[in-house]
Design a binder for this molecule. Structure first.
Ligand code: GDP
Ligand code: IMO
Ligand code: MG
Length: 423
């Protein structure tokens, strides 16, 4: 058996959560491999809209194991809120949730450091979700971090206090007002919650599942354009978001990767600061935001909207080895007479079809125009009902990328999905 990987190809919020939820019945295990509560993955079914942050999006199904991998960073406070709200829906977590012993913990002081760092940056701030992601990954690579396995050790309290002290010294450098004790109690309550689940050596667990012939779907967070190496640095998150991160974030070898499902919106959005070549700062952008309900699932911030960027999409497909494309939010594009797709960037010296080292080199996007469609896609249940113009839009993407669009999502609900059978 191989591990299939599902990830975002743009700037996050492509609709990964919804698609994972739909695909879960085909798998035995759903495993998150990176990111943390900066992620907000929305699922809609039975008139319920639910947002997950650190728990994999397969949790609402009965039989599947949901594994939080070693590449994930966990905030016990948010984790506890998450399990509470899942339980409130009558969903049991017993025997379904596994957490890697090697996943790193986000401390309250990591969040303070995140906020202090952002405040010090002024107008050059990243637009972080302020969940402590950057400082936690910094402690991981700096070899100072606290891991889930540490909570089982007798010196856990000591380790916690030592790291908190270190953070206190760092925060002083920022001249930032804060009260570190404020959420400490909740944090330790969260630690007690984590203890209730199976804390495992997830690399052995997942390779064991593979040996038993179990099918595994690895769920990514954020998107390729937010990758720490390949995104629009420094306006990125602090983890690798590409498919290679499924190997390091779960402990699986590259030759164990099967399909790579790349999720993208039929247009583009970005939340937070940083370059966005095809951004629409006009009424069309506002229209897309309102029609697509483009407000952050984690922070509620309005998302910036723009046309589909094929240069960035092709780059993401190359980096991830995408085998199938899943297009979401096609329904939001209904009603446009003309749609635009960015196919290249105009630079000072000519035109380029590559993502540049520095986005400042881009003067403006080069667009191809496509005919729009009017039908309300949300009601469509058969591929044969898709309007001809939508088929043309998809064909154009497939021709340019060389990858089939095998899934078209036409609404936030589980049922609003079309499998195209394209190869
Ligand atoms: P994720 O972070 O990639 O899981 O995406 P988010 O959940 O942050 O954002 C996607 C938003 O679009 C959520 O509100 C989803 O409910 C919604 N959504 C997902 N797929 C579709 C779709 O095909 N059409 C529409 N209209 N909304 C969708
Ligand atoms: P999902 O998994 C969209 C963005 C933030 C900010 C930058 C760095 O829901 O797609 P961080 O908190 O990581 O330090 O923020 O990355 N960002 C996301 N944008 N979707 C996400 O996750 C994101 N996670 C982080 O807005 O610009
Ligand atoms: Mg999201």
């Amino acid at each position: 058996m191989k591990v299939d990987v599902l990830l975002g190809l743009q700037w996050g919020d492509e609709g990964k959560g919804k698609i994972v939820d739909v695909l879960t019945p085909k798998y035995d295990v759903i495993a998150r491999f990176q990111g943390g509560p900066n992620a907000g993955h929305s699922l809609e079914f039975n008139q319920i809209k639910h947002i997950l942050h650190s728990i994999p999006s397969g949790i609402f199904h009965q039989k599947q194991i949901n594994l939080v991998g070693n590449g994930v960073v966990i905030d016990p406070v948010i984790f506890r809120e998450e399990v509470d709200s899942i339980r409130k829906l009558g969903v049991s977590l017993e025997g379904k949730l596994m957490i890697s012993r090697k996943a790193h913990l986000i401390l309250p002081s990591h969040r303070v450091l995140d906020a202090a760092s952002e405040a010090s940056k002024g107008i050059t701030k990243i637009g972080s979700t302020l969940k402590g992601i950057g400082p936690t990954y910094m402690d991981k690579t700096g070899r100072n971090g606290l891991r889930v396995g540490d909570i089982q050790e007798p010196d856990f309290q000591e380790k916690y206090r030592a790291l908190k002290r270190k953070h206190g010294d760092l925060i002083k450098l920022y001249d930032y007002e804060y009260n570190p004790e404020e959420i400490e109690e909740l944090w330790f309550e969260g630690i007690e919650e984590i203890r209730k689940y199976q804390i495992v050596d997830s690399e052995y667990e997942i390779n064991g599942f593979l040996k038993q012939g179990k099918s595994i779907l690895a769920e990514g967070a954020q998107g390729t354009m937010l990758d720490i190496d390949f995104g629009s640095y420094p306006y990125v998150t602090s983890s690798n978001t590409v498919s290679a991160a499924a190997c390091t974030g779960l402990g699986i070898a590259p030759n164990k990767i099967g399909e790579v499902y790349g999720v993208f919106k039929a247009y583009c959005t970005r939340v937070g600061s940083g370059p966005f070549p095809s951004e629409l700062k006009d009424d069309t952008g506002i229209y897309l935001r309102e029609k697509g309900s483009e407000y952050g699932a984690t922070t509620g911030r309005p998302r910036r909207c723009g046309w589909l960027d094929l240069v960035a999409l092709k780059y993401a497909i190359m980096l991830n080895g995408v085998t199938c494309l899943f297009m979401t939010k096609a329904d939001v594009l209904s009603g446009f007479e003309t749609l635009k797709i960015c196919t290249a960037y105009k630079k000072n010296k000519g035109i380029s079809d590559q993502v540049p080292y520095d986005f400042k080199e881009i003067n403006e996007p080069v667009y191809t125009e496509m005919k729009g469609w009017n039908q309300d896609l949300m009601r469509i249940r058969e591929v044969s009902e898709m309007p001809a113009e939508l088929n043309e839009y998809i064909r154009m993407i497939e021709k340019e990328t060389g990858v089939p669009v095998t899934v078209v999502s036409t609404g936030p609900n589980r049922e609003q999905i079309l499998f195209t059978d394209r190869t």
